[in-house]
Ligand binder design. Structure first.
Ligand SMILES: *Cc1c(COP(=O)(O)O)cnc(C)c1O
Length: 334
C-alpha cells in the first residue's frame, strides 16, 4: 500500500474550497543571511491553525455513508484532533478525540469548542491510543490516524504540490517531522513533480521518534519529553504501516534542533517575519538559523502551525532577540 502523485492531485481537487491554499513568500532576511533564496510556506495560517486540516478533510470526504453515520475517533497531540473535529463536525459527523494529559489546555479547549467529545487518558500518547482501539471495538467508530493513513498522507501531500508549483527548480524543502505524514506526503508530491527536489525532516532533540526509528531500522519507542515543539511529540506506532517506510525511502536527511534553537526561531519569525508560529512550526527556520542546514540553492521552510499559548509566545519573543535583528537603531527624522 502506498500513496501516489495521482492520489495527492485528487485530494487537492477534493479539498479545494474546504481548506486555504496558503501563500509561499520570500524571506528577505533569511535570503540575506543564508546567501540563497529562502521562502516560507505560510501553512500556519491554515484554518484551525495548522496543515492538519488538509489530511483530516481528505479523510472525512472519503468516508463511506456507513462510516459517516457511526463517527470518527483519533488520538492527538492537539492539532490533528482540532482539525479532525473541525472537518467532521462541520459535516455533522460524531467525533471523539482521545488525548494525554501532556496536551496544553489551550488546545484541549479549542477542540471542545468545535463540538467534539474529548477524552483525556493517561500521561502519554500511547495510553490515549489504547483508548482509541477500545472505542473502535466497542462503538464501531472509525479511527483516523494523525499520520499513518493513506488519505491523511495524500491530504498533507497537497502542500508538496503547491510548493512544486511555486518553486519549480529543485528546492530543498524543510519539513517539521513527527509521525511523518506531512514529510511523506510532501516528498511524494514534490519528488514526483521534480526528481531533483530534496526533502529534509526536522524534529526536536527531545523525543524525536521518527529519527530514532530510522536510526534503529525499525519503529521504536522514545521517551516523551516536554518540548516547545509539543506538536512533534509522540511515537510513530510500533506497528507503523506507511510513514516509516515512506520516510526511510524519501527523506534526504533528518535534522534535530535544540529547545534554544526553536525559541530563537519562534522569535525570529515573530520579530523579523512578523508571523506567530508554534514551536513545531519553527523548526525549519531553526535548522537554517543554527547553521545545521547550509543551503546551496532555493529553500522552502514549511511553517506548519501557529497554535501556541500566547503567554509562552510572549515570554519567548521577550527573551530572544535575534542576531539578524541587530541592536535597536533610530533613524532621524523619526
Ligand atoms: C502534526 C504536526 C507536525 C508533524 O506532522 P507529522 O505528519 O506528524 O510528521 C508538524 N507541525 C505541526 C504544527 C503539527 O501539528
Amino acid at each position: 500500500m502506498t500513496v501516489t502523485l495521482e492520489e495527492i492531485e485528487a485530494a487537492h481537487s477534493r479539498i479545494a474550497g474546504k481548506i486555504e491554499q496558503t501563500s509561499i513568500v520570500a524571506s528577505a532576511s533569511l535570503t540575506d543571511s543564508e546567501g540563497s533564496p529562502v521562502h516560507l510556506k505560510l501553512e500556519h495560517r491554515q484554518v484551525t491553525g495548522s496543515f492538519k486540516l488538509r489530511g483530516a478533510t481528505n479523510a472525512i470526504t472519503l468516508l463511506t455513508p456507513e462510516e459517516r453515520r457511526r463517527g470518527v475517533v483519533t488520538m492527538s497531540t492537539g492539532n490533528h484532533g482540532k482539525a479532525l473535529a473541525f472537518a467532521a463536525c462541520r459535516e455533522g459527523i460524531r467525533t471523539i478525540i482521545c488525548m494525554s494529559s501532556m496536551v496544553p489546555s489551550n488546545k484541549v479547549e479549542a477542540i471542545r469548542s468545535t463540538g467534539a467529545e474529548v477524552r483525556i487518558i493517561g500521561a502519554s500518547q500511547d495510553e490515549a491510543e489504547d483508548e482509541v482501539y477500545r472505542l473502535v471495538e466497542a462503538e464501531g467508530v472509525r479511527l483516523i490516524s494523525p499520520f499513518d493513513d493513506a488519505a491523511v498522507i495524500a491530504g498533507q501531500g497537497t502542500i508538496g504540490l503547491e510548493i512544486a508549483h511555486a518553486i519549480p527548480r529543485s528546492p530543498l524543502v524543510l519539513v517539521p517531522l513527527s509521525g511523518g505524514g506531512l514529510a511523506a506526503g510532501t516528498a511524494i508530491a514534490l519528488k514526483a513533480s521534480d526528481p531533483s527536489a530534496r526533502v529534509v525532516g526536522v524534529s526536536m532533540e527531545r523525543g524525536a521518534a521518527m529519527k530514532a526509528s530510522l536510526d534503529a531500522g525499525k519503529p521504536v519507542r522514545v521517551e516523551e519529553l516536554p518540548s516547545l515543539a509539543d506538536a512533534l511529540g509522540g511515537g510513530i506506532g510500533l506497528g507503523n504501516r506507511l510513514t516509516f517506510q515512506l520516510c526511510k525511502d524519501l527523506l534526504d536527511d533528518v535534522m534535530l534542533v535544540t529547545e534554544d534553537e526553536i525559541a530563537g526561531a519562534i522569535s525570529h519569525i515573530y520579530r523579523v517575519e512578523r508571523e506567530v508560529v508554534e514551536g513545531a512550526g519553527a523548526v525549519g527556520v531553526a535548522a537554517l538559523l543554527s547553521g545545521k542546514v547550509k543551503p546551496d540553492g532555493p529553500v522552502v521552510a514549511v511553517l506548519s502551525g501557529r497554535n501556541i499559548d500566547m503567554a509562552s509566545h510572549n515570554r519567548i519573543v521577550g527573551l530572544h532577540r535575534t542576531p539578524t535583528e541587530g541592536p535597536p537603531r533610530l533613524v532621524y527624522p523619526l
